[in-house]
Design a protein around this ligand. Structure first.
Ligand SMILES: Nc1ncnc2c1ncn2[C@@H]1O[C@H](COP(=O)(O)OP(=O)(O)O)[C@@H](O)[C@H]1O
Ligand SMILES: [Mg+2]
Length: 299
């Protein structure tokens, strides 16, 4: 599998870049997304096309957060111009596109979510919460459902300790299915809001649909009609926990969630994932001292 390479620093260019072979993909919130060729490589470019100050602030916030990150599970920003964010084009499509072709089996779903949690753990360690984790914002390099193919994108809703901008008063909202209840009530949310979204994503990978057909009704407290938990029972305590309305009932960190997921995979007789950078993350190998026991999320 091809791995993304990092040039180190993001190029900050003062003039908009000429792009070749441009293919427009979408336009949203005053930003056009397109695939193109730039400096001899395939790129994915977001271009700000409106003058609106809110759209401007949001766009540059996304760029500043993306520029601060460096992890194999996150698509790196290559360059910025006053109106462009230039990323490498990742071949293989989104997790949403993968799920449209059929649900993942249990080894694949748990592996993809493991990869996602490794990247989320890194984000949180940098003081960044994504706030919009969903299958549309996860790419699978070369279409592989494996932990090291996961690439998180789209920091348009993120909050970063080092980039103090409250973009949540603006118009863009998360997707109700993947949004934690506290976000629905207008709070910024914290790491546990991302863990809620990861729980929904695991549910979606296994079931092919998110937990609540009427997500807005559930978020508003009007009903609790959740679909039956998918997958084997070994995953149910973790799913139940991650999907708790009360953030205090969820795994308290990405490390804790990763720990429980690893234990569940072990219970299911699935092999350890080779090459996973787990030692520092509170893994089963660390045993009871890892500080993740006792939250009721384990198998
Ligand atoms: N680096 C990339 N390589 C290939 N496709 C991408 C890349 N980044 C985003 N995409 C595609 O473009 C879509 C929109 O990009 P995203 O950054 O999520 O913008 P938006 O703010 O419109 O949601 C994604 O869902 C994905 O299909
Ligand atoms: Mg997106």
């Amino acid at each position: 599998m091809k791995h993304l390479t990092y040039s180190g620093a993001v190029q900050e260019l003062s003039t908009p870049q000429l792009l070749e072979s441009r293919t427009p993909l979408a336009e949203r919130g005053g930003v056009v997304s397109e695939s193109a060729r730039w400096n001899g490589r395939s790129v994915f470019v977001k271009t700000l096309v409106v003058d609106d100050p809110d759209a401007h602030a949001r766009f540059h916030h996304e760029g500043r957060v993306a520029a601060s990150l460096n992890h194999p599970g996150i698509v790196p920003l290559l360059a910025t111009t006053p109106t462009q964010l230039i990323f490498p084009f990742v071949e293989g499509g989104t997790l949403r596109e993968r799920l449209e072709r059929g649900v993942l089996d249990v080894p694949q779903a748990t592996e993809v979510v493991t990869g996602l949690l490794c990247a989320v753990l890194y984000l949180h360690s940098q003081g960044v919460t994504h706030q919009d984790l969903k299958p549309e914002n996860v790419l699978l390099q070369d279409g592989q459902a494996s932990w090291n193919a996961v690439r998180i994108i789209d920091f348009g809703m993120s909050h970063a300790r080092h980039v103090p901008l409250d973009i949540h008063s603006g118009t863009r909202m998360g997707t109700p299915h993947f949004m934690a209840p506290e976000q629905f009530y207008g709070m910024r949310g914290d790491v546990r809001s991302d863990l809620y979204s990861v729980g929904v994503l695991l549910f979606d990978c296994l079931a092919g649909t998110p937990p609540y057909a009427d997500a807005l009704g559930w978020l508003a407290g009007l009903h609790t009609n959740r679909a039956e938990l998918p997958g084997p029972e070994a995953l149910h305590p973790l799913l139940r926990c991650a999907l708790s309305r009360d953030p205090a009932q969820r795994p308290h960190s990405a490390a804790a969630m990763l720990h429980h997921l690893c234990l569940a995979r072990q219970t299911l007789g699935l092999p350890p994932l080779r090459g996973l950078p787990l030692a520092e993350h509170g893994t089963p190998a660390q045993g009871p001292g890892s500080g993740t026991a006792g939250d009721g999320c384990g198998p």
